[in-house]
Design a protein around this ligand. Structure first.
Ligand code: SAH
Length: 221
């Protein structure tokens, strides 16, 4: 018997390489650090046993409580839209499975992530600890209010669809910081990037049409 602990294939490494070639690189994601992070993070460990066979497919998957883990490409696309740097501190709203937070944690210095559904928060917290993503900080609560004690952030990523841009999140952006957020209807949204300039002025860009579960809460649905 070989040593399983040293065998990358034992943790479905080849499937992740293929996922990254076919779904990520082929669609124009170029940031080498995001690509490495997606090869590294074991997506199958972020879904229930029954979903693990589909973990490297090109689609979102159910994670319970009516919520989903996003399609791998969307995770890569949104992180790239933040234009992340190794020194950055990033806030994510909608921890869900914890997968996007884990990928982000390989690309920036510190990740702060908020989930409103208690059991999802508990599972994500346990999982991220087991997998030793020690630079991810989790909170259970309404993410539309942000995380004032940890603000300001170089990037804020919202993994659920909002009716309007929450003012609290814009207020927690550092100068030069970027907020990436789906905004629109309950089913379809436009993915926006809002950048705070060095002088505090805000610039808004529309990046793509997307489909996210609703962002619920005081500044959400
Ligand atoms: N990033 C996740 C996918 C999350 S799906 C992953 O990689 O698995 C969106 C998540 O946002 C859901 O888990 C939902 O419960 C959560 N959510 C919705 N409104 C929220 C709010 N106001 N604050 C925090 N989380 C919220």
């Amino acid at each position: 018997m070989g040593c399983l602990g040293n065998n990358k294939n034992a943790d479905r490494y080849d499937e992740r390489r293929r996922m990254v070639e076919e779904q990520i690189k082929n669609r124009g994601i170029h940031d080498e650090r995001i690509i490495q992070a997606m090869i590294e993070v074991p997506r199958h460990r972020f879904v229930d046993q029954g979903q693990q066979v589909y973990a490297y497919d090109d689609r979102p998957l159910p994670i319970g409580y009516g919520q989903t883990i996003s399609q791998p490409y969307i995770v890569a696309f949104m992180i790239e839209a933040l234009i992340p740097a190794p020194s950055h501190r990033v806030l994510e709203i909608g921890t869900g499975s914890g997968y996007a937070a884990a990928v982000l944690s390989r690309v920036v210095a510190e990740v702060y992530t908020i989930e409103t559904v208690k059991p999802l928060f508990e599972t994500a917290k346990k999982r991220l600890k087991e997998l030793e993503y020690t630079n991810v900080h989790l909170l259970c609560g309404d993410g539309t209010k942000g995380w004032p004690e940890a603000a300001p952030f170089d990037g804020i990523l919202v993994s659920a669809g909002a009716p309007l841009v929450p003012k609290s999140l814009v207020d927690q952006l550092a100068p030069g910081g970027r907020l990436v957020i789906p905004v629109g209807g309950r089913i379809n949204q436009s993915l926006l990037r809002i950048t705070r300039g060095a002088d505090g002025e805000l610039v808004q860009e529309e990046l793509a049409m997307v489909r996210f579960v609703p962002l619920v809460g005081e500044e959400g649905w």
